[in-house]
Design a protein around this ligand. Structure first.
Ligand SMILES: Nc1ncnc2c1ncn2[C@@H]1O[C@H](COP(=O)(O)OP(=O)(O)O)[C@@H](O)[C@H]1O
Ligand SMILES: [Mg+2]
Length: 228
């Protein structure tokens, strides 16, 4: 049970990792567990999360936008993020809720900074300037071989009604691109080790879920928000 005092400040938990690593699966399991423990939980995703964000998302995912330059991509992701922060994330944190975000600035660092080779520094500066220094209390990195992640994502997309629509521009990259993204994430996990938990996402979902829960409980216990 969360204490009233601890709830007032809120927590920001972000999930990171390659498409297909299991973020959506694990976020839904974590949200259920937290709600069972009486926490108020907001789940949101990037890009998207808001009406404006959904429209930005469509531009980003449109396969016909194959001439989009990396910096445009970065700015569109930040436009969606700023909207989500102001409209949803900050108010929920102020109400003392647990906010779980499916991808945050670290995705932009990993994909555009490392994947597209813009470098991490520019994106870190943009985050400082545009996101008012908001930092996650905990970042769960679901680490997985690009080949395995890609196979899982492809399998998942084949079982969606709008499979054609789900083909993202990011899905059309060579494997070396995803290897750079994964290595970028691993760098971030070292650099921001105090908030990062790297979890082996090749394990069965139940094992991953247990590791996620352990990390989240650790964060809540540290904040004095768990009464045993
Ligand atoms: N630990 C796991 N082992 C095997 N398959 C998994 C695991 N976690 C998720 N999946 C499956 O892999 C696919 C991608 O998972 P998903 O949660 O959509 O990933 P993401 O949101 O990171 O793209 C889904 O079909 C899901 O059921
Ligand atoms: Mg997902």
């Amino acid at each position: 049970m969360p204490t009233t005092e601890a709830r007032r400040r809120g927590w920001l938990i972000t999930f990171e990792g390659l498409d297909g690593c299991g973020k959506t699966t694990q976020i839904s399991r974590l949200a259920s567990r937290l709600r069972q423990a009486d926490y108020v939980v907001l789940v949101t995703s990037e890009p998207g999360g808001t009406t404006v964000g959904e429209q930005i998302r469509r531009i980003l995912l449109d396969v016909t936008n194959n001439n989009m330059v990396p910096l445009t991509e970065v700015l569109l992701y930040f436009a969606s993020r700023v909207q989500n922060l102001e409209e949803c994330i900050r108010p929920a944190l102020a109400r003392g809720e647990v906010v779980i975000v499916d991808r945050f600035t670290d995705s932009t660092i990993a994909y555009q900074g490392y994947g597209r080779r813009l470098g991490p520094a520019l994106i870190e500066r943009l985050h400082e300037l545009l996101c008012g220094g908001v930092q996650p209390d905990l970042t769960i990195l679901l680490d997985l071989e690009p080949e395995v992640a890609l196979a899982r994502a492809t399998h998942r997309n084949q079982h969606l009604d709008d499979a054609g629509q789900r083909q993202l521009r990011m899905d059309l990259q060579p494997l070396e691109f995803y290897a750079r993204v994964r290595a970028g994430y691993q760098e971030l996990a070292k650099k921001y080790s105090w908030r990062y938990r790297l979890i082996d996402a090749s394990q069965p979902p139940e094992h991953v879920e247990a590791a996620v829960w352990q990390a989240v409980r650790g964060m809540l216990e540290q904040a004095g928000a768990v009464q045993d």
